[in-house]
Design a protein around this ligand. Structure first.
Ligand code: 5GP
Ligand code: MN
Length: 356
């Protein structure tokens, strides 16, 4: 139904990778600086892009434009629809629908993509491109490209992007900074999560020093919702269930939203992305989960942990991936069956994290 447990895949969810090596940084810089003058560069971020995926991709794209790269496209798999909060981001003119992306670019660069499953139909570009560069921060990254800048210690992919821009000699300007700020703020939960290190605040300081307006950006990205969405949240939160005995007694809180819920309130699917933040507040449960229907019998599942449970292992076991405290997967079947599969994975030993 939702995929079986696989020991090898589970191992990929562990933070094995170290920071990128000097050789990897040098290879990435060389791939970009040795590009022919008319070289075509295709930037791809993951399906259903979030702030880190889009912000990292567009911020880097703007940086490449400053470097003089002229044949430059940015894209993501699936329907070319951007969530409303992202429709004022700098660099959007780089975006093309996946169907119009260069079929055989000289260089393809992937942003925030942990595995090829997140590339959808664009996966063929990996083979067709002259070179493939992967910028990411997922510990579960499967290293599917040619050159990898994967830093599992980075709070966001945009941290890797900023370092690469520095090595390329591209200074931050307000447009690049806004993109990277949106990315950094998204993945750190607006600088609330544990990954919010001094280095994260130092990067935020460099971005803010360009003169961008954090209040206006945050309101636009995180705190703007149509009235229909507020009502939709009311319905969906109203059916939230608490299961204190699940996850080895650490507790599970979960809910689901159907296409009918969206239709009733006239809302688009992306409206549901922040819903997990309202569910994970529940103090009685370490693990939270939202099932978002994408089609008949198909669900996009978001999982979070407050720190005591490695939900990436659960997501990988069920065919997805992510980080230890934030992960997801696609599930098939009736809502009750999906919930049961999640319960079963959560009851396995070895998911407990120490030091939380
Ligand atoms: P979200 O719940 O915000 O959609 O995703 C949380 C994390 O899980 C992100 O890091 C994202 O990359 C990962 N994730 C979500 N859905 C999937 C999926 O279907 N497959 C994989 N491999 N990762 C996912
Ligand atoms: Mn990310």
């Amino acid at each position: 139904m939702t995929g079986g447990t696989n020991g090898a895949l589970l191992a990929e969810a562990q933070p094995t990778a170290e920071q990128p090596t000097e050789a990897e940084w040098a290879a990435a810089v060389a791939a970009l600086t040795r590009l022919p003058a008319d070289g075509r560069v295709l930037l791809i971020c993951h399906v259903n892009p979030d702030g880190d995926a889009l912000g990292s991709m567009l911020g880097f794209g703007l940086g490449l434009r400053r470097l003089g790269v002229r044949q430059l496209q940015a894209t993501f798999p699936g329907r070319p629809e951007l969530p409303e909060p992202f429709r004022a981001m700098p660099g959007l003119d780089l975006l093309v629908p996946a169907t119009e992306a260069y079929p055989d670019p000289d260089l393809v660069i992937c942003f925030d993509v942990a595995a090829v499953s997140r590339l959808g139909a664009l996966v063929d570009r990996l083979d067709r491109a002259g070179a493939a560069l992967v910028l990411d921060h997922h510990a579960s990254n499967t290293r599917f490209g040619g050159i990898h800048l994967v830093d599992p210690h980075a709070a966001a992919t945009s941290v890797v992007v900023e370092k690469l821009l520095t090595r390329l000699g591209v200074p931050l300007d307000q447009e690049i900074a806004e993109c990277l700020y949106i990315a950094l703020a998204t993945d750190t939960g607006s600088f609330r999560f544990d990954m919010t290190t001094p280095a994260v605040h130092e990067m935020a300081a460099r971005l803010l020093a360009t003169g961008i307006r954090p209040g206006e950006i945050s309101r636009r990205i995180f705190d703007s919702r149509p009235f229909g969405a507020v009502r939709l949240y009311g319905d969906v939160l109203g059916r939230t269930q608490l299961e204190p005995a699940a996850a080895g007694g650490r507790g599970l809180v979960w809910t689901y939203a159907t296409l009918e819920d969206l239709a009733r309130h006239g809302q688009r699917p992306y409206t549901l992305e922040p819903l997990i933040d309202s569910v994970r507040c529940t103090v009685e449960a370490d693990v939270s989960c939202v099932l978002k229907q994408v089609a008949e019998g198909e669900w996009a599942v978001s999982m979070r942990s407050k720190g005591a449970t490695d939900v990436s292992r659960v997501a990988v076991a069920l065919g997805g991936g992510g980080h230890r405290l934030a992960a997801g997967f696609t599930a098939y079947g009736a809502v009750g069956d999906v919930a049961e599969a999640i319960r079963a994975e959560l009851s396995r030993p070895g998911l407990e994290l120490s030091g939380s």
